[in-house]
Structure formats: C-alpha cells, structure tokens
Unconditional design. Structure first.
Length: 354
C-alpha cells in the first residue's frame, strides 16, 4: 500500500519519521489548546477538574470507537501486538501504573502534558522530561532493566475483552459531559485528538507496512519515544531515528506554534530546591513506572485501551489509582502546611526574608 500511494522515493522508515512528525504536531496543537491532561481531571472536584476529565474521556471514547472500526473493516489487527500477549505481567503493570500516577501528581502533569508545557516555555517540564527519558532508557536497556525483567516474569494468562466493551468509554464520556458541560468547541477538538489514535495505528500498521523494511506497529505514546529520542540524540551516528522520535519532535513544534500564536508562551522555572527535588523524583517515577506499565496515560491509557487490551486497561486503572491516592495525600499535606503558616506567621516569614 505504501508503494501504491506513490511514496517510492521514501523508505518506510523515513516516511514513518515524517508521519510521526505530522501526527505529533497535530497532537501538540490540540493538546495545548484543550489543556489535555488526565491528572487535572482526577485531582480535585471543581468544575475545571470535571471538565478536564470529560475532555480526556471524550478523546478516549473516539480513539476506542475509531480503532475498533478500522479493526472491523479488516485494515489492521492486534493479535500479534504486545498489548495482546498471551501472558499478562500483572505485577509489573500494577506497580508501574501506581508509580507513574504518583509521579505525575508530583510533577503536576503526565508525560504528554509536560511535553506540551515544555514547548510553552516551562523549564520545569523540560527537566522532568529529560529525567523521565533517562529513567525509561535505564529501565529498558540499562541499570534498572533487571528489576523490570524480574517484575515482568510474574504473569497470569491474559483474558480477552469482548467487542461490546468498546461502547463503555462512550457511555462514560456522555455521563461526564452531561455533568461537567464543557465547551462544545473544546469537545470537538478533543474528539479530533482522539481520532489521531486510529490514524496512527492505520499509518504504521497498514500504509507504511513493508515486509522488507519493517517498522514498529504503534500509535501515540510518550514513554518509549522519549527514551528513543534521548538515545538518538546522543548516538545519532550509530542509530537512526524512528516514528517515536518524529512524534516527540512534532509535539514540541506543534505546541510551541500554538502557544506562540495564542500568546500563551511564558518562561517558567523552579521556585526553589525543594520543588526541584520533588519534580526530579516524580520524573524518575514516571520513566520507570511508564516502562513497567507498558505506557503512559496516552501510550497505554488511550492508544492501548483503544485496542481493547486487558493489559492497557489495567495500566490505566493503576495509573488513575496512583494519581488519585497521591492527590489525596498531597492535598492533606498542603492543608497542614497552610494551617501551620497561619498559626506561626513569624516562623514562616523568617526563611523567606533570608
């Protein structure tokens, strides 16, 4: 199919990089405009939080319905994909998901959100992405790989999800939309963002499919692509770029353009060493946990769930549980800190003056 579309002058691998770049740019623009973020939807109970969750689940619903539509059309199939492996490494997925969820609360954003924020001038986000990429690379190929292998060795047979479960995200989206009533324009943009997921699956699994120059069958994700981008940046003369590196570059360019055009670009940095330490730890948890869970909130949470994978659903549930629990703890600590500030105003003022 790649050849019949007239792309003979490009190799499938080169085309996949350009495809990732375009897909990433579209995601960057849409995510920057909609403030696409699962953490914001899970933490807190205000109107803004409910609206954020409705937007995120709307994208998930469109991704699931679109992906299953192309599967039923016979364009792609996932029987040999890692999301549908016969063995389910449940311990690694649960542990990784919980760690990722905690990490994204500590850094106030998942990897996709931080990529958008970093392109918008947030230096904290860029530092976290670098740490997460390093931790992910160490978990995939380096110092932390033995821990990953040990956890992934604990498996059970993976059950299969019936096709009718594809309707569940759509029903949940309808309930959340009715409750939160987000703006129609924002919902439409979220739906477009969700449509990028089946587009990614079809692009890498059908259009660019070549038995003589195979590329990875994948859609939007951030954990492994960040690690690949870091590895390629440091050793580009030895290894080539791929769909993931193009995707990350596209997200940055798209979000940067959107922020500049809308006047939302603003330089931001750490407020102090305590905050920096928290963000560095959170980034390491997301890099390590994202690999164990099989992806981030986008890679496993949207792209993975769209394939009706039990592993991806388990990862999303674990990530959400970790974020929700960490958010509750963080809220209590913040409340106690604020209460202490009111009770001892002079004690708090001295370090600031120093």
């Amino acid at each position: 199919m790649f050849e019949t579309l007239g792309f003979e002058t490009l190799t499938p691998r080169t085309a996949s990089i350009l495809f990732g770049l375009g897909l990433g740019a579209a995601f960057g623009v849409l995510a920057e405009i909609t403030r696409f973020c699962l953490r914001r939807g899970l933490i807190g109970g205000g109107q803004d939080n409910r609206s954020a969750l409705a937007i995120w689940v709307t994208a998930l619903a469109v991704a699931v319905m679109g992906t299953q539509a192309v599967v039923q059309a016979g364009w792609i199939e996932f029987s040999a994909h890692r999301f549908h492996a016969a063995d389910l490494p449940y311990l690694a997925i649960i542990a990784g998901g919980l760690l990722f969820g905690v990490g994204m609360v500590m850094t106030r954003g998942c990897l996709s959100r931080l990529a958008v924020l970093g392109a918008s001038g947030n230096l904290r986000a860029l530092v976290v992405l670098l740490v997460a990429a390093l931790a992910a690379l160490a978990t995939l190929k380096g110092l932390l790989a033995p821990a990953r292998v040990a956890l992934e060795a604990v498996v059970i047979p993976a059950p299969a999800l019936p096709l009718w479960t594809a309707i569940l995200p759509l029903l949940l989206a309808g309930f959340l939309i009715k409750r939160a009533r987000p703006r129609i324009g924002t919902l439409l943009l979220a739906a477009l963002l969700g449509a990028l997921i089946p587009l990614g699956w079809v692009g890498t699994g059908l259009v660019l499919l070549d038995e003589f120059d195979p590329i990875t069958f994948e859609s939007l994700s951030f954990t492994a692509p960040l690690a690949d981008t870091l590895f390629w940046t440091g050793a580009s003369s030895a290894i080539g770029a791929n769909f993931g590196t193009g995707l990350i570059g596209g997200v940055v360019l798209g979000a940067l353009a959107s922020a500049l055009i809308a006047g939302r670009f603003q330089w931001q940095s750490f407020e102090g060493p305590g905050q920096m330490g928290r963000y560095l730890a959170g980034g390491a948890l997301m890099g390590f946990g994202g690999v164990l869970a099989g992806g981030c909130t986008v890679g496993a949470g949207i792209s993975g769930v769209a394939t009706l994978s039990v592993a991806a659903v388990l990862a999303l549930v674990a990530i959400s549980a970790g974020a929700w629990g960490a958010g509750r703890v963080d809220a209590r600590l913040t409340s106690r800190s604020n209460a202490g500030s009111v009770a001892h105003p002079t004690t708090q003022a001295q370090p600031q003056a120093a």
